[in-house]
Design a protein around this ligand. Structure first.
Ligand code: GLN
Length: 545
């Protein structure tokens, strides 16, 4: 029998970037450690249909789901803290909602009515939220509304949840407000006024928060916490303080110690088990008390924002924690290596090189230089997607001696012809004009050859990993490449697309056309990252002995 799913809505006030996603995950974890089942929706009030066409420098990495969604960076946090496998429809955007309503209007589905934001847009939002609750029929569906209360663009979503709170029984919905409490340098005092104002703003649109989570640099003192309760009209026990923590993974327990879990259960009238944090806290201990650190160099150009490659950074941490190690990640700006090729020697100071995904020609010659150095000097190397393609180009240039070996993506970089095009456009991409959602996307099976490093790591002949690319190894070069010793140890099921490459005689030289970072979990590092960090630890030990 299907049970009634309850809804927890999470909204944010004061400013963006305060960790609403982390708070949402904390609520989920508090339910999971009590054996409650959960699922999740994130609403992004922008007009983009999805995050696929957005610049990662501006908006953080594009997270790829198994069903081929290119969605918001926050889904990576949810997947890593909550272990949820989510579908693309769990990321609702204004663009999707309007597209659907306009499609129905054109189809004549509204039977002559005037189509309006309320009720047509708000109904479509509610329909989408309720639809996700049917996927797994969880005890609780968490619904996080991106943006900040007061933004014009989030209004239809707030109106939709206001209606849902009215329509559902009282114990079936809960509204959590995440705010920021600043401590200005010149005052040394926590100021609650911005929080009071954002709650006032919420009230103005008919929403009364049940729980307030105050983000701040340090933990709030009791006086301040009680002041928030009094001025914002919520019970004392419903105001939580979440300071900046060394690792986000310790946030869920931090909030439970303040009574979050018990309050959720009481307020939602849930019948769950007593909390069991043992496994989770053991995991955190691994992260917080490493025996030593490995140093990894990342070659790239999106150096401005850590969020651009957050899943890669986290996957490195997962793999390091597996060995009870920490990881120090430094970016190597590859354009600097192009200006001064001697700078490639900086790799001597590192235990491994990672070249992640990317687009466009700028900075690639520097990346190729780094890969060449790692290959020749036996330095552990892991290439992801673009990194896989560049490793192929490097090998073709320097081992197969194909002068100017290049990718179809670099048409602007010079002369491309059939003799040097080692990375070509995927056949199904020919003629594709639209940018959004048109790459080779999502989870696909990958066949692994036995007696290879890939098999040793995955211990399976068939795996499933997530993709996001337009180009691939040109099939016409495969035989020549393999004859020179670079093995394609993973391919698509039909054997046509190259998926994993490795050099058998190298300490660790592997790359994948897919993105292994999206399936890595804190308690289950992705095998490729595990192998890479294992090799980096070996190198570190050798360097130090
Ligand atoms: N630009 C490359 C392609 O489209 C790689 C993409 C990526 O790294 N995600 O194939």
């Amino acid at each position: 029998m299907t049970k009634k799913t309850k809804f927890v809505f999470v909204v944010g006030g004061v400013m963006s970037g305060i960790g609403k996603g982390v708070v949402t995950s904390c609520i989920g974890k508090n339910l999971q450690v009590r054996k409650g089942t959960i699922d999740l929706i994130k609403i992004d009030p922008y007009l983009n249909i999805d995050a696929g066409t957005m610049n990662p420098i501006q908006h953080g990495e594009v997270y790829v789901t198994d069903d081929g969604g290119e969605i918001d960076v926050d889904f990576g946090h949810y997947a890593r803290i909550l272990g949820l496998d989510m579908k693309k429809t769990q990321n609702i955007t204004t663009g999707q909602v309007y597209r659907e309503v306009i499609r129905k209007e054109r189809a004549g589905d509204y039977l002559g009515h005037t189509v309006q934001v309320i009720p047509h847009i708000s109904n479509e939002i509610k329909r989408r939220i309720r639809e996700v609750s049917t996927f797994k029929n969880p005890d609780v569906l968490l619904v996080e509304i991106g943006g900040t209360v007061g933004d014009i663009e989030s209004l239809p979503f707030l109106e939709a949840i206001r209606q849902m709170i009215m329509e559902e029984p009282e114990e079936d919905t809960l509204l959590v407000h995440t705010t920021y409490v600043p401590v200005p340098d010149h005052l040394h005092e926590a100021k609650t006024k911005p929080t009071q104002h954002s709650v006032k703003e919420l009230r103005g649109i008919g929403l009364n928060p049940n729980i307030i989570v105050c983000r701040s640099h340090n933990i709030l003192d009791e006086k301040t916490r009680k002041k928030v309760a009094l001025f914002c009209n919520v019970p004392d026990e419903a105001v939580f303080t979440l300071p900046d923590l060394e690792s986000v993974y310790s946030a869920p327990y931090h909030l439970d110690k303040q009574g979050l879990g018990e309050l959720l259960i009481k307020r939602l009238k849930l019948k769950l088990s007593p909390p069991d944090w043992k496994e989770w806290n053991e995991l955190i201990d691994r992260y917080e008390n490493p025996t030593a650190k490995v140093k990894i160099a990342m070659g790239g150009k999106y150096t401005q924002l850590v969020d651009s490659y957050i899943s890669v950074n986290e996957a490195l941490k997962h793999a390091a924690a597996f060995y009870r190690y920490g990881v120090e990640i430094d970016w190597i700006e590859t354009e600097e290596i192009e200006e001064d090729p001697q700078k490639v020697r900086i790799l001597e100071e590192y235990d491994g090189l990672l070249v992640p995904g990317g687009f466009g020609y700028r900075g690639t010659e520097g990346k190729i230089k780094l890969i060449e150095y790692a290959r020749e000097k036996d330095i552990p190397f892991l290439g992801l997607c673009f990194g896989f393609q560049l490793a192929t180009i490097e090998f073709c240039r320097h081992v197969l001696k194909i002068k100017n070996a290049t990718s179809f993506e670099f048409t602007s970089s010079g002369d491309i012809n059939s003799s040097n095009l080692v990375i070509d456009l995927l056949p199904e991409q020919k003629g594709v004009k639209e940018m959004g959602g048109t790459m080779r996307l999502g989870g696909l099976p990958v066949k692994i050859k036995e007696n290879t490093k890939a098999f040793e790591l995955y211990k399976k002949t068939l795996i499933r990993e997530r993709h996001r690319h337009r180009y691939e190894v040109n099939p016409q070069f495969i035989q020549r490449i393999e004859e020179k010793g670079l093995i394609f140890s993973g391919t698509s099921e039909d054997g046509r697309r190259m998926e994993i490459l490795e050099l058998p005689d190298h300490k660790f030289f592997m790359a994948s056309q897919f993105h292994p970072e999206f399936t890595s979990l804190p308690w289950k590092p992705n095998p490729l990252f595990r192998g890479f960090i294992g090799a980096a630890i070996e190198r570190k030990k050798k360097r130090e002995s």
